[in-house]
Design a protein. Structure first.
Lengths: 157, 135
């Protein structure tokens, strides 16, 4: 991801966090999903986790390191008609365990998401043009927020 | 008799995997299921029946003697070694993540031939000693 876009995304994420509009919190342990007390999330919560973490559309994802590393993704949930920020905070060095929080993005911050999407689209346009001219060596240099990329692949490109 | 590397979890689970892969699949059929969100499903996606759930509960709730986890991007695997005292048998379980967020996990438990009990008993003994030392 280009630094300017990542900075824009990180700034937006900070504004979303400030609202503290937490929808769901859970832990990805070594053997599945857990609540903070180690118990398994109840069925209704698992359904919601599935909806937000798997079935939603990823707008953008990136990694931040501020002491502990955290991976973030901005998603759109069509059934809710709303955007969410998912924050995966590493609990160990190799990213095997995470504390996860999904924040609902307030409506007043949605214009910033659209602005981010526009910046990403513009960059993709530039990348396609560069590739078409044959002057880009390829290899993933232009991959802002690729929806299919894994967290590690999306970090600090 | 193969010497188990009981001090190195990664090597130990690799050895256990090789040992149980070499066993007769009829005598040592693995216990296999999916943790699918809140549900336990069998490999054919049918819900686990009572007898399966009983077996699953036995291994899931057993104390870990050794744990090990590996990650390669979104691909994760976690391993557990447990001992079921009523059967005087060790089992090792592999948890294979099917998605990056841990919603669907394939779990496979293997019975370890009793010829390895003496070596694995050393791990159990060591854990007991450690607990006593901590107390």
């Amino acid at each position: 991801m280009r630094k300017a876009i990542k900075d824009q995304a990180a700034k937006l994420a900070a504004a979303i966090r400030e609202t503290d509009n937490r929808e769901i919190e859970y832990r990805i342990g070594s053997f599945g999903l857990e609540l903070a007390d180690g118990s398994r999330p109840p069925a209704h919560m698992l359904r919601r986790i599935q909806q937000l973490s798997i079935q939603s559309e990823t707008v953008c994802q990136w990694a931040e390191a501020n002491g502990a590393r955290r991976d973030c993704k901005l998603v759109y949930s069509a059934p809710d008609g709303a955007y969410y920020l998912g924050e995966y905070r590493w609990l160990d060095n190799n990213g095997l365990r995470y504390d996860v929080v999904y924040y609902q993005v307030p409506k007043h911050l949605e214009p910033q998401i659209r602005s981010l999407q526009k910046a990403m689209a513009q960059e993709l346009g530039v990348c396609s043009q560069v590739s078409a001219n044959g002057s880009d060596s390829g290899g993933g240099g232009c991959s802002p927020c690729a929806p299919a990329a894994s967290f590690t692949e999306a970090s600090d490109a | 008799m193969r010497k188990l590397n009981i001090d190195n979890p990664a090597k130990l689970f690799a050895q256990l995997s090789a040992i149980t892969n070499a066993c007769d699949p009829n005598d040592y059929a693995p216990l296999e299921y999916y943790i699918q969100g809140a549900k336990i499903e069998l490999p054919d996606e049918s819900p686990a029946t009572g007898d399966w759930l009983l077996a699953i509960k036995a291994v899931e709730l057993a104390d870990d003697l050794v744990q090990h986890a590996e990650s390669n991007g979104a691909m994760r695997r976690s391993f557990r070694l447990v001992y079921l005292a009523p059967l005087e048998t060790y089992f090792w379980g592999g948890y294979y993540w099917r998605d990056p967020v841990g919603f669907t996990i394939l779990v496979r438990w293997h019975r370890i031939p009793k010829t390895f009990n003496a070596q694995l008993d050393q791990i159990r003994q060591r854990n007991t000693d450690r607990r006593c030392g901590d107390a």
